[in-house]
Design a protein around this ligand. Structure first.
Ligand code: NOJ
Ligand code: NOJ
Length: 466
């Protein structure tokens, strides 16, 4: 009898033990099936971190984790990216209750962001990276300022403004987002970006002060789209000023091309912070294109320098992480090869992250879409490696013409490659569909901040672009 009891509890233990809920749980189902299962879970887990109990309305927890690591703060960058996903889903939502739920979240975020803008802080401006969850300033030492934050927030809210304009709600745009007083939310961010983009700041990883490709890209988008919005709202002088700043920025973004390494380097003019990023390869370059490019425009997805860099990043992470050679599809992507932040401390080894891996998937979907609107793919010395890796043709032709079979094959291969990154994510999430920040490079188990809000947003964004 005893033995049977033991056996029963052993079997139950196995069923509910974390090993069965861990990586590989979803290996038996297809990507489509998994997406159908995972998408609502990701939305639910993401929403749970917004206006969470014990926090001010409209604040976005980076993660509910309060210790080891303490991510119980509102980061301007994470919040802006998470809210862009909400805006996109608000825009396309057909269900009235869902739409009004998203609207409420967005209005709360707008209020909280106004509070952030007007709260004195140690950055002395809008570049303050994070706030306490009650909206008060965080006064500990930190990498300051981080100038991608106000630009990302502007991008998200300009997108919302355009949605509202399309819905005939110009009065809301003027009331909540943009009016001629320099104190309106979006205009304040645009004024800050337009007057500070030449300065150095810390990057999205909060470790290095200099001029960064990612920061510049999100600033560029804010100025371009901000100029367009200002024009639509009858503020032509501001529009012209933002536009001119964007034009001045283009050569600065070009300057990130390193002709001998043949990559876009993430940081120039380093002034402070880490000094061991030897390879100068960084997934933040690809994220900069995702968060900051204007499709079919200046240095967007199909640019050959961008493609050379994306290929170099993938190759580096493929070699670096043992789990990338465990027979599972797709490549798990980290922040940068020399990373020492393991999710708890900086004295360890860096790992792949969910948000970068999902981000690479999104990159391929959006590249495929951009190429569909072109008449040909021209092969250059810079993109040859990228395309021959995709087509397995060692000697590709000088150009692929739209409509040809090879062209269609490339588009298909790109979408398929995007899927490989999502299959990677699918393999490493736990059995409840939860996502932390990182994936251990050797064991493949999740680690770092649990339920990282940005991980969910990055996956949802990739799924939406799929
Ligand atoms: C927390 C930061 O957010 C992360 O990017 C960094 O790597 C670690 N601290 C170590 O500085
Ligand atoms: C560390 C990451 O490096 C940074 O990008 C992020 O903003 C914070 N964690 C909060 O998620």
């Amino acid at each position: 009898m005893r033995q049977i009891q033991h056996l029963v509890s052993f079997v139950f233990g196995l069923l509910f033990s974390s090993t069965l809920l861990a990586q590989g749980t979803f290996s038996v189902i297809s990507l489509e099936e998994w997406i159908a299962y995972e998408e609502p879970i990701a939305i639910k887990n993401l929403l749970r971190n917004i206006s969470a109990s014990g926090t001010a309305k409209g604040s976005v927890l980076a993660s509910p984790s309060k210790s080891n690591p303490d991510y119980f703060y509102h980061w301007v960058r994470d919040a802006g990216l998470v809210m862009e996903e909400i805006v996109a889903r608000y825009q396309t939502s057909f269900s009235a209750p869902t739409k009004s739920q998203y609207l409420e979240v967005l209005l709360d975020y707008i209020e909280f962001s106004k509070l952030n803008q007007s709260t004195p802080n140690l950055s002395g401006g809008l570049g303050e990276p994070k706030f306490n969850v009650d909206g008060s300033a965080f006064n500990g030492s930190w990498g300051r300022p981080q100038d991608d934050g106000p630009a990302i927030r502007a991008n998200t809210l300009i997108r919302l403004a355009n949605v509202w304009l399309a819905e005939g709600k110009e009065d809301w745009v003027r009331q909540y987002l943009y009016n001629f007083s320099n104190s309106s939310l979006v205009k304040q961010d645009l004024e800050y970006v337009s007057k500070n983009w030449r300065n150095t700041s810390f990057e999205l990883w909060e470790e290095l002060k200099g001029h960064h490709f990612h920061t510049r890209r999100v600033q560029y988008r804010a100025l371009r789209e901000g100029a367009e919005l200002a024009n639509r709202l009858g503020d032509p002088k501001a529009a012209q000023w933002y536009w001119m700043q964007a034009m001045d920025m283009e050569p600065e973004i070009d300057r990130h091309w390193n002709a001998s390494k043949k990559i876009l380097v993430s940081t120039l003019d380093r002034e402070d912070g880490l000094d061991y990023k030897w390879s100068e390869l960084d997934a933040s370059v690809a994220l900069g294109v995702l968060h900051g490019c204007i499709e079919n425009d200046f240095m967007s997805f199909s640019n050959d320098k961008v493609l050379a860099t994306v290929k170099a990043i993938e190759d580096a992470f493929y070699r670096l992480y043992p789990i990338n050679r465990n027979g599972q599809p797709g490549i798990a992507i980290g922040r940068y090869p020399e990373d020492r932040y393991n999710g708890y401390s900086s004295g360890g080894e860096g790992n792949p992250w969910f948000l970068t891996t999902a981000g690479f998937g999104e990159f391929y979907y959006r590249l495929a879409k951009e190429l569909e609107s072109k008449s040909e793919i021209r092969i250059t010395s810079l993109n040859r490696g990228f395309y021959s890796g995709l087509t397995h043709k060692r000697e590709p032709p000088a150009s692929y013409k739209k409509g040809s079979e090879d062209y269609l094959r490339i588009i298909k291969a790109l979408r398929n490659k995007g899927d490989q990154f999502l299959i990677r994510v699918k393999y490493h999430v736990d059995g409840t569909g939860a996502m932390s920040e990182q994936i251990n490079r050797e064991s493949g188990y999740m680690q770092g901040a649990r339920d990282l809000t940005w991980s969910y947003a990055a996956l949802l964004s990739a799924i939406r672009h799929r």
